[in-house]
Design a protein around this ligand. Structure first.
Ligand code: GDP
Length: 300
């Protein structure tokens, strides 16, 4: 229920777009498909994908002899659900035994720290022992903010003074996590994409420190993206992919975005699964991403 309310902006754009499309509906002709393509682009599905979906629907409408608006609506929903199924989305990974390490990356302001805080509360509620590492030492504000989330979620945070080597914070956190048998370690990092070489070096060093302690870690590298930035988020994801391998995306601020099509666009153009979605600023405003539920919800 809550999930549905939070997505009302996104849903309204879809619904209004499609209502308009079908209000003008007379017959299954080229004009209809052109309008459909436009509607998809407006919802931020991405131009290439909008064209692909439209092209496939054109053929399917012919094959299935779809005539009515209802037939077409059904075909469209099925098609979009299919597009997600092509890349069946694995949910966020946690190890059965021992320590699971999550590395979080993303540019400032996208909601990275908030996502870590929300996730910390989730695992804490599952009675897991959770540790946070403030490896964004570039901004003092970032450290304070993570400490504040730690307080809210009642989990410990490993910090060092601003300006310290991020890898040394990670090292300390790993030592603590191992010695005190933590289940989850979440590492916050600086998102200075404007200085790609430095960022790459910093993340490489952090990665090395982690692997020296736990060879198969980090188990997840989660990129936080702000849904309200639309196609810019795609660009950020592309750039981050060149800096470090990404295993999943946390798409934040979907509650403030009228363009939920961005989810589809990300999955299709980047082939990186969206694993988490942020639906507000509060501690429990985080959900695992469920593609079928999401797509069907958009058309309700
Ligand atoms: P960071 O710099 O990437 O760590 O970003 P923050 O976690 O500090 O978040 C930046 C701003 O976005 C804060 O004001 C958050 O409250 C807000 N924010 C984060 N996630 C969400 C979300 O899912 N929905 C909304 N509406 N706001 C969010």
């Amino acid at each position: 229920k809550k999930y549905e309310n939070s997505l009302s902006l996104t849903r309204n754009t879809f619904k209004e777009g499609f209502n308009e499309l079908f209000a003008n509906f007379r017959t299954v002709d080229e004009e209809f498909f052109e309008e459909l393509e436009e509607t998809l682009i407006m919802s931020d599905v991405g131009v290439d994908l909008a064209m692909e979906i439209t092209k496939e629907l054109r053929q399917e409408a012919k094959l299935t002899k779809a005539k009515s608006a209802d037939d077409l609506r059904q075909l469209i929903v099925e098609k979009i659900v299919d597009k997600f199924d092509e890349d069946k989305l694995p949910s966020i990974l946690t190890m059965e035994d021992g320590l699971t390490v999550f590395l979080f990356v993303g540019v400032n302001g996208v909601g990275k720290t908030t996502t870590i805080g929300k996730l910390a509360a989730r695992y804490k509620n599952q009675h897991k022992k959770v540790l946070l590492a403030a490896a964004d030492t570039f901004r003092a504000g970032a450290i304070d903010q993570l400490v504040e989330w730690g307080r809210r979620s009642d989990v410990e945070v490993v910090t060092k003074a601003a300006g310290s080597d991020p890898a040394s914070v990670v090292y300390d956190a790993l030592q603590k996590a191992k010695a005190e048998h933590y289940d989850i370690l979440m590492i916050d990092t600086a998102g200075r994409l404007q200085n790609k070489d430095n960022l790459m070096k910093e993340l490489e060093k952090i990665g090395k420190v982690i692997r020296r302690e736990i060879p198969d870690a980090p188990h997840e590298t989660i990129l936080a993206l702000d849904a309200t930035t639309g196609q810019n988020a795609i660009q950020q994801a592309k750039e981050f992919s060149t800096v470090t391998p990404i295993t999943g995306i946390a798409l934040t601020k979907l509650d403030g975005s009228a363009k939920g099509g961005i989810v589809l666009s990300i999955v299709q153009s980047l082939r990186i699964p969206v694993k988490l979605i942020g639906l507000g600023e509060k501690i429990d405003d985080l959900q695992d991403f469920d593609e079928e539920f999401f797509v069907r919800g958009l058309f309700k």
